[in-house]
Design a protein around this ligand. Structure first.
Ligand code: GLN
Length: 262
C-alpha cells in the first residue's frame, strides 16, 4: 500500500509539473492549514467518473473541475489528498484539507457542519443488480428481504435507512455498509448482496464496465456542492466565483462532455 501511494504521488507530481513548486511553497507556510494562499483539495476515489484512479493517477470530473476553478482564483491548488468518503467532512473541519471535491450532495444535515459552494451537478440514486441475475426490482419496496449495500455515509445509505429500514421494509441485518462503492459492487458481483444503491451517474459507469446493470432510478433530485469550512468565507467566495467563471468561459461544458456521454 505504502509503495503504491508513493508511486501515485510521484505520478501525480509528474503530471502537474512546475505547478507543484508553487503549490508546495504555499503549503510550507506557518499556518499548517486553513490560512495562506492555498486550497488543499480532498476527495474519495472509487466514484467514477467523478474521482477515480487511472493507472495510479487521480483523475475525474471533480479533479478537472476543481483545478479549473482554482485556476480562476487567487489561490494556489495544494496537493490532492484522499480519504474514505465518510472521513472527508472531518478532514475538512480539522484543517487537513480546505475543500471537499467528492460528488458530495448538499444536505441540511451536512450543512450544519460545513458550508457548500453553489451547486455544480444534479443527480438521482440508482439501484444496480447483477446483469444476468434473476433479480429485477423496479421499486425500493422490491428490495425487501434482500441483502443490499451502499457506501458508508452517503445519500444512498440514507435512502436505504429512511425508505426501507425505518419503515420496517428491510431488516437492518440485510443492509451492508462498505467503505467504498467499489467493494459494494464487488460483493454484488460475487453474489453476497443482491443490489447496490448508488448515485445514478456512477451506477451507469459501473454498468458500462462490469457485469451489472441499472435496475431502476430512484429520484432524489440531489445537487452536488464543494464542501468548505463554515468560517472560510474567502475560499467559499473564491470557489463560487471560479465556478461561475468556468461556466461562463465554456470549460464546465467541455469537462462535462469529456467525462459524461450523452
Ligand atoms: N452524492 C452522494 C453523497 O453525497 C455520494 C457521494 C460519494 O460517494 N462520493 O452522499
Amino acid at each position: 500500500m505504502a509503495r503504491e501511494y508513493n508511486m501515485d504521488r510521484r505520478a501525480y507530481l509528474a503530471t502537474i509539473g512546475a505547478g507543484t513548486a508553487a503549490g508546495l511553497a504555499g503549503c510550507t507556510g506557518l499556518t499548517g492549514g486553513g490560512g495562506g494562499n492555498t486550497i488543499r483539495p480532498g476527495t474519495a476515489p472509487g466514484f467514477q467518473p467523478f474521482e477515480f484512479r487511472d493507472g495510479g493517477e487521480l483523475v475525474g470530473f471533480d479533479i478537472d473541475l476543481t483545478e479549473a476553478i482554482v485556476a480562476e482564483t487567487d489561490y494556489e491548488l495544494g496537493e490532492w489528498q484522499t480519504f474514505e468518503f465518510d472521513s472527508l467532512i472531518q478532514a475538512l473541519t480539522t484543517d487537513k484539507i480546505d475543500m471537499i471535491a467528492a460528488a458530495m450532495t448538499i444536505t441540511d444535515d451536512r450543512d450544519e457542519t460545513i458550508d457548500f459552494s453553489d451547486p455544480y451537478y444534479s443527480a438521482n440514486q440508482s439501484v444496480i443488480v447483477r446483469e444476468d441475475g434473476d433479480f429485477a426490482p423496479s421499486s425500493l419496496d422490491d428490495l425487501s428481504g434482500h441483502p443490499i449495500g451502499a457506501q458508508s455515509g452517503t445519500t444512498g445509505e440514507t435512502v436505504i435507512q429512511s425508505e426501507l429500514i425505518e419503515p420496517g421494509k428491510l431488516e437492518e441485518s440485510n443492509y451492508n455498509s462498505y467503505d467504498n462503492y467499489v467493494l459494494a459492487v464487488e460483493d454484488l458481483q460475487n453474489g453476497n448482496i443482491d443490489a447496490v444503491v448508488v448515485d445514478e451517474p456512477v451506477g451507469e459507469t459501473f454498468a458500462d464496465q462490469r457485469p451489472v446493470s441499472v435496475a431502476f432510478v430512484y429520484e432524489t433530485g440531489e445537487q452536488y456542492g464543494f464542501g468548505l469550512r463554515t468560517d472560510d468565507d474567502d475560499r467559499t467566495d473564491a470557489v463560487n466565483s471560479g465556478l461561475q467563471a468556468v461556466r461562463d468561459n465554456g470549460t464546465y461544458e467541455e469537462l462535462r462532455n469529456k467525462w459524461f456521454s450523452g
